[in-house]
Write a protein that binds this ligand. Structure first.
Ligand SMILES: Nc1ncnc2c1ncn2[C@@H]1O[C@H](COP(=O)(O)OP(=O)(O)O)[C@@H](O)[C@H]1O
Ligand SMILES: [Mg+2]
Length: 508
């Protein structure tokens, strides 16, 4: 039986058909950035095919539960034991009932385990129940991630295994995978490779575009067209769709996504120093009892803090002096306090990865460690912390730090936003000491990024602000001059790559 369901329109207005029987044999991959209209597309596909084929939807957000009213899908809440889920999946196959497995409200690891148990239940059904089922998985990169993430290895293997079974070995058992992902590069290759039909929506990142081009057998320049697609516009290719890449516009849907788009609401007036406001804890925060809601999987910071406030640990090596485990004393001298804080700061910034963490992550880490070292007094405000990080990252030595020039540089640096001060001071230091101008790579690192392009944009920004003047010598080396400091760097090659800065990771 050949059934062509109507997905929307082609340019010119003719209906865009999808051959559902062919789809069962050849599977479908939908990719497009968030907001490109993937979930809408899946909904159109599900609604149009509901009368023709049994459907199972793995739904991380609980969006598709609204299919139940109009089309009779059973809603299965994922918050159950794995055995229960497998049992339900088995009965779903026996009785040929369409269903939505909603994983809303579960944490990522639980979502992966629940989806895996359910998919495995479908897969393991007895041969006599191998009727065709469309198995739709939205946000498939969550369930079949290309690389390990924050979840346990066990959960990742389980979920990836189930997805691989679905896409690679499901066909014989009647399971036809339809998977959607916002980041093709984040989806395990073997899972993506099993789909023969593609609907490609708007895609921004080069790496996703390159993967899409490879899968579709297009050259990469051709794939550039994915960048400009409007919401709801997809390029279709594959035996169930079209033999050539074909632009289509997805049609309307009957049911609505339960999570309707958020509505705008005016914001309160902006306050100055909002980061200080949000991140600086009040002094009582650490003494308040910590409410534990669920047994935590990895030990979160709150746990460690709770432990620390319950007992003074017997052995806790302090940094920068003091007896092991010495309690925080209200009478800790300000020099002693300063010394300990400086040591904690040095410890945190000593981690090579620190350059690529955001200041707020480092700040939280700093608070925890300062607390562990029993530094007394109110916590250092976020603003001061950032300033210290900036100074420390500039690599200034003590003598320069005491100079009048440096004092001027510090004054000037407040004219740029907190996150740029580190870069500014790095350059100012090079000028004051008449060192070579730091390379793009070095500047990027001081800014916490791997992108050289961004480093150059920062320099341009300082120049626009009238803080620096850039010029190049005859050999193309860069010099950054600071009119207010009456100093300039030596010429430096912008393109050298410092060996202590890790090279850009291939994955992003
Ligand atoms: N073809 C379309 N026609 C009308 N509205 C659409 C269309 N595609 C998407 N939308 C709307 O755009 C928004 C984002 O679409 P969605 O499918 O949730 O994107 P994604 O799943 O790719 O993040 C939703 O509010 C959806 O209703
Ligand atoms: Mg979506």
């Amino acid at each position: 039986m050949q059934v062509g369901i109507d997905m929307g329109t082609l340019t010119g207005g003719a209906p865009a058909k999808l051959d559902i029987e062919e789809l069962l044999a050849t599977r479908l991959l939908v990719q497009g950035n968030s907001g490109s209209g993937k979930s809408h597309l899946l909904r159109r596909l599900l609604e149009q095919s509901a009368q023709w084929v049994q459907q199972v939807i793995i739904d991380p957000e609980g969006d598709f539960v609204t299919l139940s009213d109009k089309y009779g899908h059973v809603v299965v809440d994922g918050e159950r034991t794995e055995a229960e889920l497998a049992g339900i999946a088995d009965r779903i196959r026996r009785h040929r009932v369409s269903c939505v497995l909603t994983l809303e409200g579960l944490d990522v690891e639980q979502q992966m385990r629940a989806a895996a148990a359910f998919l495995n239940g479908l897969f393991d059904a007895d041969r006599e129940f191998w009727f065709p089922v469309l198995v739709v998985v939205d946000e498939a990169q969550m369930f079949a991630p290309a690389v390990g993430g924050d979840v346990s290895e066990d959960a990742r293997k389980m979920s990836l295994g189930a997805m691989t079974n679905l896409m690679c070995r499901g066909r014989k058992r009647g399971l036809a995978g339809v998977i959607a992902t916002q980041r093709l590069a984040k989806l395990a290759k073997n899972v993506a490779a099993e789909a023969s039909n593609f609907l490609m929506g708007r895609t921004f990142l080069d790496i996703d575009m390159a993967r899409a081009a490879d899968l579709l057998g297009m050259d990469r320049r051709q794939a550039e067209m994915f960048r400009d697609l409007q919401r709801g516009n997809f390029v279709a290719l594959g035996p169930a769709l079209s033999r050539r890449p074909l632009p289509i516009v997805i049609g309307n849907v009957e049911t609505s996504a339960r999570s309707s788009s958020p509505k705008l609401m005016p914001l309160p007036d902006a306050v100055a120093d909002v980061e200080d406001l949000i991140f600086t804890p009040d002094p009582e925060e650490f003494t308040r009892p910590i409410v534990r809601r669920a047994p935590p999987a990895p030990r979160p910071t709150t746990d460690i803090l709770a432990e620390l406030s319950r007992s003074s640990p017997a052995v806790m090596a302090p940094v920068g002096g003091g007896e092991p485990g010495s309690p925080s004393r209200a009478d800790m001298s300000s020099e002693e306090r300063e010394e300990r804080l400086a040591a904690v700061l040095a410890e945190i910034l000593g981690d090579p990865q620190a350059a690529y963490r955001t200041d707020s992550v480092l700040y939280q880490e700093f608070l925890v460690r300062a607390r562990m070292r029993r530094v007394s007094g109110p916590p250092m405000p976020m603003g001061e912390f950032r300033r210290r990080v900036a100074i420390s990252r500039s690599g200034v030595d003590e003598e320069t730090a005491a100079s009048a020039g440096w004092a001027t540089a510090l004054d000037l640096s407040v004219r740029v936003s907190d996150d740029l001060q580190g870069v500014f001071l790095l350059l100012a230091k090079a000028a004051l000491l008449s060192e070579e101008c730091p390379s793009d790579h070095r500047i990027a690192k001081a800014y916490g990024t791997h992108s050289s392009r961004r480093a150059r944009r920062l320099l341009g920004y300082f120049e626009e602000q009238g803080l620096v003047v850039m010029h190049t010598d005859f050999s193309g080396k860069r010099i950054v001059a600071f009119p207010d400091l009456e100093a300039e760097t030596q010429p430096g090659d912008p393109n050298v790559v410092d060996s202590d800065v890790p090279a850009q990771s291939a994955a992003e």
